[in-house]
Write a new protein. Structure first.
Length: 165
């Protein structure tokens, strides 16, 4: 985990799993996975850059505001098997800060659908930020916990959105 990627940056792994059960069939949930602004609180903009919508090759520029600053992420669809699973890459627009994969799987069972999300990637932060947080291990632990909390909250919002309609 404590790898140096340059003299100014340190790198750590982001490895998260989140899931929620939604009382709707996968076919109803599936289109909402592309409607990020409706259920992801931090997403402030989604711009279609290229490729067929909702299909392999689609590239989106997603503006997220996890704090006071908007961060832009390039989101590319690598694989899709509708309405069962899809895989994306997420790379921060600077090409350095974050490089990750996100996989969503929808599993129907007992009249509901289990929405599973796995996010695995590398995050690079200024060495000084990690040092001021007590070191890279402490920084990484906090970043993983905070990101998982936001992801879980997003999935709760997705559930609420779908179950009230």
């Amino acid at each position: 985990m404590n790898q140096a990627c340059s003299s100014a940056l340190v790198e750590f792994d982001l490895a998260l799993h989140s899931e929620v059960e939604i009382s709707r069939p996968a076919a109803v949930i599936w289109p909402y996975l592309d409607r990020l602004q409706e259920w992801k609180a931090s997403v402030v903009s989604v711009e279609h850059i290229e490729g067929p919508r909702g299909a392999v090759g689609e590239v989106l520029r997603i503006g997220q505001r996890p704090g006071a600053t908007t961060v832009y992420v390039m989101h590319k669809t690598l694989a899709v098997s509708a309405p069962r699973w899809k895989m994306h890459t997420l790379v921060t627009e600077d090409g350095i800060t974050t490089d990750a994969y996100v996989i969503y799987r929808l599993v129907e069972r007992d009249g509901a659908t289990l929405v599973l999300c796995d996010l695995v990637g590398k995050v690079r932060v200024p060495r000084s930020d990690a040092a001021s947080a007590g070191g890279i291990e402490q920084f990484a632990r906090h970043a993983n916990e905070a990101t998982l909390g936001k992801l879980d909250d997003d999935h709760i919002r997705l559930k609420q959105l779908l179950e009230r309609s």
